[in-house]
Design a protein around this ligand. Structure first.
Ligand code: NAP
Ligand code: 8YV
Length: 324
């Protein structure tokens, strides 16, 4: 078949990008600015593959009259205007489940690194301070903590299972309780924050979760409080978090996501009680390759008339084939 023209926003792994090139006529945002691609090829492009770094907003969707499918590299798809896609009958797909264990492993690592100050201890040793100043100062512990999860979905459940294996109590907040998990549901986030001293955020981004973790929630965690955010930067009021870390309202934070990635405020960089990671929760060769292949499979399956593999709930596949 003729290679279908697609827009690729943000590179994946070379092997995955090669698979895309084999099957599609790929217009890459890394090669040319998106407005130029839209102006020259917008009338022909039928699919988008996106890493989610640039927004797939209503204007981009409007500039592509033949767009049929947007395939997101990642489970979170808050960078896509799904309402605008849905209004045009355009499918959106993501990469659920294939990264759950990877992100859960990473989250436990970030939690322990934050509590036990592992990056700070590494810096202390490398700076040559051990011989002169003695051992690294004692740290907080996971031992006497109670962990609250904001979000008990696919990844949240895997995180909870790992934390519970450390013999630490786990509670969670989500809008709906899950009768199939053995952890106590708190219908109110602030009430959860009052009961725990350690909060791990793993909910989707977007308007419904914006700044759920605010100054009040941080204050409720208390001076022993630890916040780990592996959800989206938008879930936490970043200015309130900086203030809480500076004032000692909470003890420390471990952050994989930020409000305005890849820009991280200097105030956060200056804080010794923050462990900062450049959005790497799923970032292994193993898992990113599986995610990338799922992006390709969604596009290939759609254009071969078999429907998308993993459509998001807002744009369910209703049995239409390619070209409808
Ligand atoms: P999921 O299975 O859809 O779970 C989402 C959870 O969030 C559910 O428990 C859901 O429960 C809860 N939730 C949604 N909206 C909420 C709200 N307004 N208030 C309270 N709880 C809410 O998603 P997942 O696969 O676990 O992924 C979750 C998110 O993690 C992704 O969307 C992405 O943003 C993030 N993520 C980050 C990385 C990284 O690299 N850092 C990697 C993967 C994923 P209810 O619907 O009952 O509220
Ligand atoms: C990113 C993520 O997608 O899956 C998600 O929601 O946040 C990550 O896995 C990944 O960094 C690719 O941009």
């Amino acid at each position: 078949m003729d290679r279908v023209p697609i827009l690729s926003m943000g590179e994946m792994m070379p092997a995955v990008d090669r698979r895309l090139e084999e099957r599609f006529l790929v217009h890459r945002s890394s090669a040319r600015p998106i407005p130029e691609i839209l102006a020259e090829h917008g009338q022909a492009i039928r699919a988008i593959a996106t890493r989610g770094r640039e927004r797939t907003d209503a204007a981009v969707i409007a500039a592509l009259p033949r767009l049929e499918i947007i395939a997101n590299f990642g489970v979170g798809y808050d960078s896509i205007d799904v309402a605008a896609a849905r209004a045009r009958g355009i499918l959106v797909t993501n990469t659920p489940r294939v990264l759950d264990d990877e992100v859960a492993d990473f989250t436990v690592g970030l939690l322990l690194a934050t509590i036990r100050q592992l990056p700070q201890a590494d810096r202390y040793l490398r700076a040559g301070r051990w011989p002169g100043e003695g051992p690294f100062p004692l740290t907080a512990t996971l031992r006497d903590r109670t962990v609250g999860l904001l979000g008990m979905g696919r990844i949240g459940e895997r995180i909870a299972r790992r934390i519970a294996a450390f013999d630490v109590p786990v509670l969670y907040h989500a809008r709906r309780p899950r009768p199939d998990v053995p952890y106590r549901h708190c219908p109110d986030l602030l009430a959860l924050a009052r009961e725990v001293d350690t909060l791990v955020a793993i909910v989707p981004g977007g308007a419904a979760t914006r700044h759920l973790v605010n100054a009040e929630v941080l204050s409720a965690l208390g001076p022993r409080g630890i916040l780990v955010n592996v959800a989206r930067g938008s879930v936490v009021d970043e200015a309130a978090l900086v203030a809480a870390l500076q004032a000692g309202t909470i003890l420390a934070a471990g952050l994989d996501v930020f409000a305005d990635e890849p820009r991280v405020p200097q105030a956060l960089l200056d804080l010794e009680n923050a462990v900062l990671i450049p959005h790497a929760g799923s970032g292994t060769h193993h898992t990113r390759t599986i995610m990338g292949n799922l992006v390709v499979e969604n596009l290939v399956s759609w254009f071969e008339g078999r429907g998308p593999v993993t459509p998001v709930p807002e744009t369910p596949w209703t049995g239409r084939g390619e070209g409808s």
